[in-house]
Write a protein that binds this ligand. Structure first.
Ligand SMILES: [Zn+2]
Length: 296
């Protein structure tokens, strides 16, 4: 593994960072990674981090379900059920902004979302760097998919990133590249974990939303809006992903209490999820947030 250190903040170009938390890769390598905060704008990042050439080894796990599509454990079953519900709520959310049209899912994984949108008469394209996941998505959608954005020359009515932007090495370049693929009246939906949520505060270093080193960036509302407005994207709305608090709590329970039995973990996660969503009803700090933007 080759580590690289970020010395310039991608949001404000600040050059001073403070280490604020040490957390662990609980799913693949069990290695520790440090989260640093930009002294100027408070942007939180995994620093140092594996470089682009060596990050792939951290996705090599049966547990990385969004790439394998497999399912065995109780937690995986819960994830798959939740995903069904989430697919439909994503469709309903998009429909509020665009009735139908062309859609690019950037980081489409095994293609379930593309498939759902196809069934709702959307014309879809997808980008997915993992060969395995992309092949599965191809089987499901019967659609030619791409391993990178630069292979696509057209523009889209809607671009979606469901828990993807936090995985992208070259943040500013990627936002600009995505924007260049958005129609003038297009809408972009970006979902990311929110470390300012109550479940993040509860689990701290065991919070599954940190998911180091795969998550390179950790967004707050402030940092996300700064990043996107810098590149000429205007915020229309922020929507919660209410199921994520339960799923993230369930994973976090497992990281914090590895010997705890499944049923106990489930019960604790339900309580934690309810508590997090309840507090977010007042603060707006849900476990995951969807940022909805248009060209400024
Ligand atoms: Zn900064």
């Amino acid at each position: 593994m080759i580590l690289e250190t970020i010395s310039v903040c991608p949001i404000c170009s600040g050059e001073s960072f403070n280490s604020v938390l040490v957390t662990r890769d609980y799913t693949v390598s069990q290695k520790e990674f440090t989260l640093q905060e930009c002294e100027n704008c408070k942007f939180l990042l995994t620093n140092p981090r594996p470089n682009q050439a060596s990050i792939a080894q951290f996705y090599q796990s049966d547990k990385y379900i969004s790439h394998t599509g497999g399912s065995r454990s109780l937690i995986d079953q819960v994830y798959l059920q939740a995903r069904k519900i989430t697919l439909h709520s994503k469709f309903k959310l998009i429909k509020k902004y665009k009735k139908v049209g062309t859609l690019l899912d950037y980081g489409c994984g095994t293609g379930q979302f593309l498939h759902h949108m196809q069934s709702r008469h959307w014309v879809v394209d997808g980008v997915e760097p993992s060969d395995n996941a992309r092949n599965m998505a191809h089987q499901l959608t019967n659609q030619e998919l791409y391993n990178q954005l630069s292979a696509i020359s057209k523009k889209f009515d809607v671009i979606t990133l469901w828990h993807v932007l936090e995985h992208v090495h070259n943040l500013n370049e990627k936002v600009l590249e995505l924007k260049s693929h958005l129609n003038q009246d297009g809408i972009i939906f970006i979902a990311v974990p929110n470390y300012e949520s109550a479940d993040s505060k509860k689990y701290g270093t065991h919070w599954a939303g940190y998911d180091v080193p795969r998550h390179l960036w950790h967004f707050s509302k402030t940092s996300m809006i700064k990043l996107l407005s810098k590149h000429g994207l205007q915020l229309l709305n922020i929507e919660p992903m209410k199921l994520d608090s339960y799923y993230v709590s369930l994973l976090s329970e497992g990281y914090k209490y590895p010997k705890s039995i499944g049923l106990i973990k489930m019960m604790s996660a339900v309580i934690s999820g309810i508590t997090s969503n309840k507090s977010a009803a007042l603060s707006g700090q849900y476990s995951s947030l969807i940022y909805i933007l248009k060209q400024a």
